[in-house]
Design a protein around this ligand. Structure first.
Ligand SMILES: O=P(O)(O)OC[C@H]1O[C@H](OP(=O)(O)OP(=O)(O)O)[C@H](O)[C@@H]1O
Ligand SMILES: O=c1cc[nH]c(=O)[nH]1
Ligand SMILES: [Mg+2]
Length: 219
């Protein structure tokens, strides 16, 4: 897997990231969602440089302009529920994309430290020969990303796969690297070193779904 860690080059992205992490600023859920969306927009721009482009001739009112435009074969798939603001940010730029949504949540059966990923809702167009962008803001253990990809397999074989995330933990990135082919690309805003015993990214930002949409009752 090819990893593009955008934090390696300091940019305005750091401002949005620090607001997501800051335990006071992140309480403003509208700002929290918008910052994830803004990071989605930045990643969309960076990722777009790796797409296939072809020549187009555009007629202006006064003449003709030659330019290159990317193929519109993108399927944007996000993992509910924290994936929604990231999806919106990517879709702001890839506005012609087809869209897929999948639910994945951690089900704690016996104790708070062990869980399995449950995939339930899935709405997806054909992926055959398309460019799949699979987005989830948090890549912690990596199990949601891998379980989601397994669930998408009956929908066809994409010609290219891009994973998009905001914060990853190194153990989760190692897990995902083993599960995906070498030509899959991961676009990630930053990477933290570790997970705690509940599978949360340290220092991370806390629970992205709850910060974006409010607390939920545990199932
Ligand atoms: O890499 P993993 O260990 O699988 O963890 C990451 C997952 O955890 C979060 O979702 P969560 O299950 O909290 O659901 P939510 O989006 O509904 O809050 C996050 O959005 C990822 O989907
Ligand atoms: O740190 C984490 C890990 C999983 N899900 C989150 O929202 N945060
Ligand atoms: Mg989830």
């Amino acid at each position: 897997m090819q990893i593009h860690n955008l934090s390696k080059t300091p940019s305005i992205l750091n401002t949005f990231m620090s607001e997501l992490r800051d335990k006071t600023v992140q309480k403003d859920s509208m700002r929290f969602r918008r910052n994830i969306e803004r990071i989605g927009e930045i990643i969309a721009f960076e990722l777009s440089k790796s797409l296939q482009f072809e020549s187009h001739r555009i007629e202006t009112p006064l003449g003709a302009s030659e330019t290159v435009l990317h193929h519109s074969d993108i399927v944007l798939c996000s993992i509910l529920r924290a994936g929604v603001p990231l999806h919106n940010g990517l879709l702001n730029y890839f506005d012609a994309a087809e869209n897929a949504f999948i639910s994945a949540y951690r089900q704690h059966k016996h104790d708070p430290e062990s869980f399995e990923i449950v995939v339930e809702y899935l709405a997806c167009p054909s992926l055959e020969g398309k460019t799949l962008i699979l987005a989830d803001p948090m890549l912690a253990t990596g199990q949601s990303m891998v379980a989601t990809f397994e669930a998408l397999k009956p929908f066809g074989t994409p010609k290219a796969i891009h994973l998009v995330s905001v914060i990853g933990a190194q153990p989760g990135i190692d897990y995902v690297t083993k599960a995906f082919d070498a030509d899959v690309q991961l676009w990630i805003a930053t990477v933290d070193d570790e997970l705690n015993d509940k599978g949360y990214i340290i220092p991370g930002l806390g629970d992205a779904g709850d910060l974006a949409f409010g607390n939920k009752l545990q199932q």
